[in-house]
Ligand binder design. Sequence first.
Ligand code: SF4
Ligand code: SF4
Length: 372
Amino acid sequence: MARVYFASARAKKWKYDDSMPGKLEHLLKEIGLMNYFSPEEWIAVKTHFGSEGAHRIVRPAFLRKVVDALKRIGAKPFVTDTVRIKGLDYIEIANQNGINHLSLGAPVVIADGLYGNDNIMLQAGEILGQVAVASLIHDVPAMVVCSHVKGHINAGYAGAIKNLAMGGVSSSHRTCGWKCGRGAMHTIGEGELVWDADKCELCLQCQEVCPLDAITFKDDEIVWNRDICWRCGRCERVCQNEALLLPGDDERFMRSLAEAAKTVIGTFDPGKIMYINFLTEIQPECDCMPAADVPIIQDLGILISDDVVSVEQASIDLLLRANPLERSLAEDKKVQNGEDILMKLHSKPYLLQVEEAERLGLGSRKYELLEI
Ligand code: SF4
Ligand code: SF4
């Protein structure tokens, strides 16, 4: 049974040791980083840089603690993410969100090149076939995966598995474009985008939120470019009139996340990845959306483990025991105490990604929770 170390977000005493940064330091000592990483070893600290409007990422203050702890054992950490927009723009977004060399004490670099084309095609599994793993993540010998736990349009729940799967592969590949990178997961599902003209009030939010400009309006009619659409689901999500419907295959999508995560993990020797899940500012949507809504659940704390399945299951168990927050999307959706908030918000079989990860041998859903 894997061990998952947990520090609550509550600060019951007014001293540093009871703060979240202080507790994170304690967690990093407890797990024994020197048992996983070596002096002089290059270590990727993988996180999500956020977007211009989605500021609720893993806070730079926490990333700094991870970097400092790795430096204390003599390792050479750097902070990284794959690009969703052009690399120089993404570095500027990271900078605006407080992620830079000065704040973190380590280089901040793009994992798949400034154009997102630096990747290595690897065999994944029966659903995806191949995926384009970011070359830096492929080549680096060790990694600490720092994941902001939250809800997600397509995955329902987003934590370490999604950070590895969507965040460890590129958006595109030189030989086959965007459909064999991150898009290979997004594009799962058949069917046309359905637009209901009677419900549409022409607010144009769907057009604005589309990362690929696949939606335009002409003479008050939607024009959807299915050839470039990668079925990310943002347009459907932001439509407040339920005027858009994008059919998908939720089960295959969840299983594809586990498959991609396994491919990324497979580029490391056993015992060379550490997972830290931050259950803080738990917003309903992904950190790549153009805005971050208020949290749906109070801050819960930080979990750390060397088992990706255990850390995910423990995170979900904590989320399901928490009560929904007032004046949030949870209230809009009338989520009651004790209800499955993730299911109620997104209606996605989110647990499948964790079950599939266990089936693929990535870890165990049985864990021992050790609270510090
Ligand atoms: S699913 Fe919608 S938002 Fe996403 S790429 Fe396609 S049209 Fe654009
Ligand atoms: S978001 Fe919905 S209501 Fe607004 S323009 Fe798009 S389809 Fe119409």
